[in-house]
Design a protein around this ligand. Structure first.
Ligand code: DOR
Ligand code: ZN
Length: 353
């Protein structure tokens, strides 16, 4: 990485280790933003119906590849995942590994968008987890308890005590990505965990959780486009995330969790969870690192540590960003509807050249 001057950065092209791109008529529009910035992305399986088998993942990959052809890019690789259910067969694990699937996603049932078919209790999944541990296939975790009596802002911290710590005790060699962490507790847990091997535990961090605290959901009125899950937290949590992201600790890497929902389903009496950051996610991360004067640590977070965790080669292509404000459109096309991107109508300080 080189900080050519205060006004431009050259760095190895990054990857997005947590991304929602959906399916059908919106797929191409959603993908069109990510492919400009990222070489690869881990594609989340929470479609309706969810991607629960290798056959479904392969068919989904083919639909993505078709759209990539239409976008005239052969420079982007989707990394596929499976959706864990109470009924996932342990035999699917080795098949997944052989098919190049990079992980299996745990959604606690009811925790978030399209998680109804998720896991009701991890005790139903012991055989699958055992097989994953053996096959060296990571478990990607949406880490929030679904206990309705727990305050929504505490659900991640409670999940660590009730689910994650017991899981790690039972499966000490199981590789885990604690996805889109949002709290001081999660940041410290991942930073301080004692692991048998390197690369057993990682965490992704989104741009919105590095740049905003929960006030952003309520500033001047309710802001549905700042609502995602896990929900934004207090400032002390944002600062803890920023600290670990910029610390040079290889357990923390980039995952946008960009999650598109049509404008009408966000600006709604019961608005969907998800921030659509894909328009210029990289620019948002640059702002976050710049805010602490740690631009020198951005490249490893964005382009090296995730690849290392997943055991994939680092990218080699170089991209360049310049400090030139980019106005974010108020809306973007999304199939036959529109979507409101994060920062809509405002600007992002850095843009790709
Ligand atoms: O805000 C979110 N949106 N969090 C999730 O966990 C899922 C995602 C989505 O799929 O919309
Ligand atoms: Zn997600």
């Amino acid at each position: 990485m080189s900080l050519n001057s205060l006004a431009s950065i050259s760095m190895v092209k990054p990857d997005d280790w947590h991304l929602h791109i959906r399916d059908g008529v919106v797929l191409k529009d959603v993908l069109s933003h990510t492919v400009k910035q990222f070489a690869r992305a881990v594609i989340m399986p929470n479609l309706q119906p969810p991607i629960t088998t290798v056959a479904l993942a392969q068919a989904y990959r083919e639909r993505i590849e078709l759209q990539l052809q239409q976008l005239a890019t052969n420079q982007f690789t989707p990394l596929m995942t499976l959706y864990l259910t109470d009924n996932t067969a342990a035999t699917e694990v080795q098949k997944a590994k052989d098919a190049g699937i990079v992980g299996i996603k745990l959604y606690p049932a009811g925790a978030t968008t399209n998680s109804d078919s998720g896991v009701s209790n991890l005790k139903h999944c012991s055989a699958v987890l055992e097989a994953m541990q053996k096959a060296n296939l990571p478990l990607l975790i949406h880490g929030e308890t679904t206990d309705p009596s727990i305050d929504v802002f505490d659900r991640e911290a409670v999940f660590i005590d009730r689910v994650l710590e017991p899981l790690r005790r039972d499966f000490p060699e199981l590789r885990i990505v604690f996805e889109h962490i949002t709290t001081l507790q999660a940041a410290q847990y991942v930073r301080d965990a004692h692991t048998a091997n390197k690369n057993i535990l990682g965490a992704t961090i989104t741009p919105q959780h590095l740049l905003m605290n929960r006030n952003a959901i309520f500033s001047g009125g309710i802001r549905p486009h700042h609502y995602c899950l896990p929900v934004l937290k207090r400032e002390e949590h944002r600062l803890a995330l920023l600290e670990v992201a910029t610390s040079g600790n290889a357990r923390f890497f980039l995952g946008t969790d960009s999650a598109p929902h049509p404008k009408g389903l966000k600006e709604n009496a019961c608005g969907c969870a998800g921030c659509f950051s894909a328009f210029n996610a990289l620019g948002l991360y640059v702002e976050a690192f710049e805010s602490l004067g740690r631009l020198d640590r951005l490249e490893a977070f964005a382009s090296f540590y995730g690849a290392d965790f997943y055991g994939l080669p680092r990218n080699t292509e170089i991209i360049r960003l310049q400090k030139q404000a980019q106005l974010v459109p108020t809306e973007l096309p999304l199939g036959d509807t529109t979507i409101v991107p994060l920062r809509a109508g405002e600007s992002i300080a850095w843009s790709l050249t």
